[in-house]
Design a protein around this ligand. Structure first.
Ligand code: C2E
Ligand code: MG
Ligand code: MG
Ligand code: MG
Length: 288
């Protein structure tokens, strides 16, 4: 009967939920040790300028090599870390690690690579965020303009005034501020009225279907035009095909990030990729 089926489904979902819950509890217990045992690491996804063809920067993305579960996605463990507050230990580690990498690349490469770091809204609840960023920068000594901080729209939902002041101060120190996953929040436009970012990152949900879906293409085109008027840079995320690349270039998008150009890379692979790309680009310009 329907009733029995309902009960069976309830029991199924109930069991499934308990399993998920147990898994999450284990995850948050494991996280504390994971930092000490150096199970976290960062990979860097290259960003391509559609104006110059140069590799202009990258986004640092965290990975967790769990001893028994293997590689765990940040989409799975960052929300757990945010709920438990562990993000307040992990966040500073991420920032420190990314800045150490910028400094190392500055010493190794002739060009300076801009690195974008994701900042969780939870980190903004801490009074010492600004100071901890200053400390990391002082320790690693590189131009603050090489550091970009990615925020999501949810950040502005509480404590707006305080958050705005912090962001302003970060920009005065020379850091770039970007709005991540732009267009997916429910207040994207209201957000832009209040807050002066440097970079808009178009969420890959729009990029995904832009070749076949004229609505998505119109939205992307509008975001690019708006960003130009507001003097923001626009980076399209999740570019996977040549068609998307061509279309975004035609629409005047500044830069792209996605598997089409490169997946996120460990530091050594990143350097190799950078050198290869730069060499190819120089050859092309020499041939013209
Ligand atoms: P995000 O900041 O929007 O990062 C972009 C995500 O898209 C990354 O997933 C990246 O690997 C993936 N991606 C890049 N190009 C493509 C593509 O062409 N196709 C597809 N399908 N995906 C692509 P990842 O690394 O799994 O990270 C997921 C989310 O976890 C991030 O989304 C961000 O919200 C969060 N996250 C990752 N690293 C950190 C971190 O260090 N700190 C914080 N607070 N959050 C992080
Ligand atoms: Mg991001
Ligand atoms: Mg994003
Ligand atoms: Mg995201």
């Amino acid at each position: 009967s329907i009733k029995e089926k309902g009960r069976a489904e309830y029991a199924f979902y109930h069991t499934q939920m308990s399993v998920d819950l147990a898994a999450r509890n284990r995850l948050d217990a494991d996280m504390e040790k994971a930092l000490e045992q150096k199970e976290f690491f960062l990979v860097y996804q290259p960003q391509l300028s559609l104006k110059t063809g140069k590799l202009i920067g990258c986004e640092a993305l965290i990975r967790w090599q769990h001893p028994t579960r293997g590689l765990i996605s940040p989409a799975e463990f960052i929300p757990v870390a945010e709920r438990t507050g562990f993000i307040n230990s992990l966040g500073p580690w991420i920032l420190d690690e990314a800045c150490r990498q910028v400094k190392a690349w500055n010493d190794e490469l002739s060009a300076s690579i801009r690195v974008a770091v994701n900042i969780s809204p939870i980190q903004f609840q801490r009074r010492d965020l600004l100071n901890s960023i200053k400390v990391v920068l002082e320790k690693n000594t590189f131009p603050p303009s090489q550091l970009e901080l990615e925020m999501t729209e949810t950040l502005m939902m509480t404590d707006t005034e305080r958050v705005l002041l912090i962001i302003q101060e970060l920009q005065e120190l020379g850091m770039q501020i970007s709005i991540d996953d732009f267009g997916t929040g429910y207040s994207s436009l209201a957000y832009l009225r209040k807050f002066d970012a440097n970079v808009l990152k178009i969420d890959r949900a729009f990029v995904n279907d832009m070749v076949t879906n004229i609505n998505d293409r119109a939205i992307i085109s509008a975001i690019i035009n708006m960003a130009n008027s507001l003097e923001y840079q626009v980076i399209a995320e999740g570019v996977e095909t040549t068609e998307q690349y061509v279309l975004l270039k035609e629409l005047g998008c500044h830069a792209i990030q996605g598997y089409w150009f490169s997946t996120p890379l460990p530091p050594d692979d990143f350097i190799r990729f950078y050198n290869q790309h730069t060499q190819n680009l120089n050859k092309q310009t020499a041939n013209h």
